[in-house]
Design a protein around this ligand. Structure first.
Ligand code: HAM
Length: 412
C-alpha cells in the first residue's frame, strides 16, 4: 500500500527545523516583552467575511488564495491567511481597545500557521508560519517607529544580518483618491492591452493593486507610474517625515521605496518591508504598516493601529542551524533482566533534572557505547550482568573516558 503523503505546500518540521522555530518564538517573546507586548492566541479558523472585509476583496489573498469552505452548519469559514484581521476581531470582541485619546494602546503579538493557496516554491508555502505584532490605539508616528524598532531588535537578536528595511507612506483617505485618479489616468494612457487581465480590471477598481502585480509585463508597464509621495496630503507628509526623522535618530538604516504598496488593502500611511537577498526569489522576511480605519471597518471603535508579521520559514533559512541539546546520559542495558531497573534509574535521573534516553531492550556493550557516542551523551550509565547482580550501575564519562561503579540505591 502506498503511504499517505502530506499536502502540497505543507511541511513537516522535524526537531532540527522545529528548533529554529522555537528559538524564533523565544526571541520574539523576549524582544516583544521588552516593548510591553502580551501574547494573544486566536483560532486558525474565522468567518470568511472577516478577511473579505478586512483584507479587501480585490487582493490576491482574498480573491485567489484563501482556503474557504462551508461547514456542516452552512457557514462560510476560512483558514486564516494572515493574523491581523483575527487579532483585531478578538480585541474588538473582548473590548480591550481603548480610545486613542486614552494614550494606552493595546499591544499584542501572536504566532502560528497561516494558509494561502499560492504556487509553492522555495520560501513560499501554502501553510506557513508568522510571528505577528499589533499596536492598536495610537495614531502617533512614534508608535510606527517603536514597532519598526521592535522588529529590528527581534531580527538582530536572532543574529540575522544583511537585511534591508524599506519604507513608504501610502497616504490616507484624504489624499489617496487624488493619487488613485492620477494612477488610473496614467494607466489609461498606457497600452492597457499589455496589462494582465486582473490589472485591466484593477486599474479602475483598485489601481494601487496594479503596482503590486507580480506579472513581469505589468511590472515593466507601471515602472514610470506616478508615486504616492508626490500626492500625500500635508498631514500624511508630516506624519511620514516624523517617522523618518525618528527612525534616522534611532540609527536604523533603510531605503525609501515609493512602490511599496503591500498586498493587503488595509494599509494607510506608513508601510514597511524587510528583505533579504539570501533566500531566493521570495525576498520579504517581514512586512507591515499602519492600518488606521481597519478596526472601525471590522465593527470596533475608531482606533488606529500599526503592526507587522515575519515569515518564520523565511527567517529559518537565514538562521544558523542550532545543534541538538546534548543529552546528560544514555542508560545502556546489556542484560535483559536489567531493563526495568534501567527505566527506574533513568526516571530518577530525570527527576533530578538530567536529560537522556534509555534502552527498552538489552544489547551488546559495543553497540551501546557506539550509540552513546552517536547521540553525544555526556555519560553512559551501564547496567550489565555484574552490575545488575550487585545492584549497581557503571557510569562512563564519555568525554574523559573514566568509569566508576556505584550502588543504584544511591539515587533514591
Ligand atoms: P504579509 O506581507 O502578507 O503581511 O506577510 C508577512 C510575511 O509573511 C511576509 O513578509 C513573508 O515573510 C511571510 N509570508 C507571506 N506569505 C507567505 C507564504 N506563502 N509562504 C511563506 N511565507 C509567507 C501580513 O500578513 C500582514 N498581516 C502583516 C501585518 C501585521 N501588517 C500589519 N500588521
Amino acid at each position: 500500500m502506498t503511504a499517505i503523503q502530506k499536502i502540497k505546500g505543507f511541511a513537516d518540521l522535524f526537531p532540527e527545523d522545529a528548533r529554529a522555530f522555537t528559538r524564533m518564538e523565544e526571541a520574539a517573546r523576549a524582544a516583544f516583552g521588552r516593548y510591553g507586548f502580551g501574547e494573544l492566541r486566536t483560532p486558525v479558523l474565522e468567518r470568511t467575511e472577516l478577511f473579505a472585509k478586512g483584507i479587501g476583496e480585490d487582493t490576491d489573498v482574498v480573491g485567489k488564495e484563501m482556503y474557504t469552505f462551508t461547514d456542516r452548519g452552512e457557514r462560510s469559514l476560512t483558514l486564516r491567511p494572515e493574523a491581523t484581521a483575527g487579532v483585531l476581531r478578538a480585541a474588538i470582541e473582548a473590548q480591550v481597545i481603548e480610545p486613542a485619546s486614552s494614550g494606552r494602546p493595546t499591544r499584542l503579538y501572536t504566532f502560528g500557521p497561516m494558509f494561502r493557496y499560492e504556487r509553492p516554491q522555495k520560501g513560499r508555502m501554502r501553510q506557513f508560519h508568522q510571528i505577528n505584532a499589533e499596536l492598536v490605539g495610537s495614531p502617533e508616528p512614534q508608535a510606527d517607529v517603536e514597532v519598526i524598532l521592535m522588529l529590528e531588535d527581534f531580527l538582530s537578536g536572532l543574529g540575522i544580518a544583511d537585511l534591508s528595511f524599506e519604507l513608504n507612506s501610502l497616504g490616507c483617505r484624504q489624499c489617496r483618491p487624488a493619487y488613485r485618479a492620477a494612477l488610473t489616468a496614467a494607466f489609461e494612457a498606457l497600452d492597457a492591452e499589455k496589462l494582465c487581465e486582473d490589472c485591466r480590471r484593477r486599474m479602475r477598481t483598485n489601481p494601487l493593486r496594479v503596482l503590486d502585480c507580480k506579472v513581469p509585463g505589468c511590472r515593466a508597464l507601471v515602472k514610470d507610474a506616478p508615486v504616492i509621495g508626490d500626492h500625500l496630503c500635508a498631514d500624511c507628509r508630516e506624519h511620514f517625515a516624523a517617522v523618518l526623522s525618528l527612525v534616522d535618530r534611532a540609527g536604523l538604516k533603510y531605503t525609501l521605496n515609493p512602490r511599496l504598496v503591500r498586498g493587503l488593502d488595509y494599509y494607510q500611511r506608513t508601510t514597511f518591508e524587510v528583505t533579504s537577498g539570501a533566500i531566493g526569489a521570495q525576498t520579504a522576511v517581514a512586512g507591515g504598516g499602519r492600518y488606521d480605519g481597519l478596526v472601525k471597518l471590522l465593527g470596533g471603535p475608531d482606533a488606529p493601529g500599526v503592526g507587522f508579521a515575519c515569515g518564520m520559514e523565511r527567517l529559518a533559512m537565514l538562521m544558523e542551524k542550532s545543534e541538538a541539546p546534548r543529552p546528560d546520559f544514555y542508560l545502556a542495558v546489556t542484560d535483559a533482566r536489567a531493563v526495568d531497573a534501567g527505566i527506574l534509574l533513568a526516571h530518577k535521573l530525570r527527576q533530578r533534572g538530567l536529560a537522556g534516553e534509555c534502552d527498552y531492550q538489552a544489547g551488546s556493550m559495543k553497540s551501546r557505547l557506539r550509540h552513546a557516542g552517536r547521540i553525544n551523551a555526556r555519560k553512559c550509565y551501564i547496567i550489565g550482568t555484574e552490575e545488575f547482580d550487585a545492584g549497581q550501575v557503571a557510569i562512563k564519562d564519555m568525554d574523559e573516558g573514566g568509569q566508576l561503579t556505584i550502588d543504584i540505591a544511591a539515587f533514591d
